[in-house]
Design a binder for this molecule. Structure first.
Ligand code: 6PG
Length: 245
């Protein structure tokens, strides 16, 4: 399926359009099958979007009792650590909306990463009984090196073809991560990349305009088998893209 590329007018519009799309996908999922499962990405880009989703206009438009929140990746740190993706989402969104605690499916960064990955896989397999489908929506960011979730260039997790979750040692960061794998990400209904900042522009050009090889830019290997792939970009991240006249 051809990716849909949207370039926001400015940063305010980027945040608004992201929140609008998330809300629309959520309402469609709730109407269609009575629940909305979304995996959150970490890093700094999504923070203002989570804050926007917690504002009454958005928060009051979703039936949070049937919203289930997951993560696309997590750092190997406790949930109250400054680097925790869970902590960021908890502060900016989850503590501000009426979502039942049981609907928040945290990756346990505080335990041994391989164990955390196995446990999370079990939780996902239980939540998504059909072998071939996972989330209604997975949010992803992209780093300047083309990594997404915690699928970094040259890391072992890029080769995972079966498991939905794995522990991944990121050599350049000298740290472990827990991450969804391509089998999980490519079986979702909607992938929404949220990419902002000029430091992503070169990698984004390679990913979207095809002049990269294999898993040089891991984000380029996100290709949902049957789902929608949407890229929401700000002007800076999109600044090197060429457009067919
Ligand atoms: C993480 C994220 C990671 C992030 C990119 C972009 O755990 O850090 O999941 O994949 O999305 O690194 O991060 P920024 O949005 O901060 O540029």
């Amino acid at each position: 399926m051809k990716p849909r590329i949207i370039i926001a007018e400015d940063h305010r519009a980027f945040i608004q359009q992201a929140a609008d799309m998330i809300l629309q996908i959520g309402q469609e999922a709730l109407a269609k099958h009575g629940r909305f499962s979304m995996a959150l990405s970490g890093g700094s880009t999504p923070q203002p979007i989570y804050q926007k989703l917690a504002e009454p206009d958005f928060a009051n438009s979703l039936d949070w009792s049937n919203v289930h929140i997951f993560w696309s990746d997590e750092r190997a740190v406790p949930p109250d650590h400054p680097d925790s993706n869970y902590r960021m989402a908890q502060e900016d969104l989850l503590d501000r909306v009426p979502i039942p605690k049981a609907n928040i499916h945290r990756m346990r960064g505080e335990i041994e990463p391989l164990r955390a990955a196995v446990d999370y896989e079990e939780e996902l397999r239980e939540f998504f009984p059909l072998p071939k489908n996972t989330f209604d929506l997975v949010l992803l960011g992209m780093g300047g090196d083309g990594h997404t979730a915690s699928l970094f260039p040259g890391s072992a997790a890029l080769e995972e073809k079966e498991k939905w979750v794995t522990a991944n040692l990121i050599e350049k960061l000298n740290s472990w991560r827990i991450t969804l794998t391509y089998p999980a990400i490519n079986s979702v209904t909607n992938v929404l990349f949220l990419v902002s900042g000029g430091n992503k522009a070169a990698a984004l050009k390679s990913v979207l305009e095809g002049n990269h090889h294999g898993n040089q830019f891991p984000a380029g290997l996100v290709k949902p088998t049957a789902g929608n792939l949407i890229w929401l970009l700000d002007q800076e991240a999109a600044s090197l893209l060429s457009f067919d006249e």
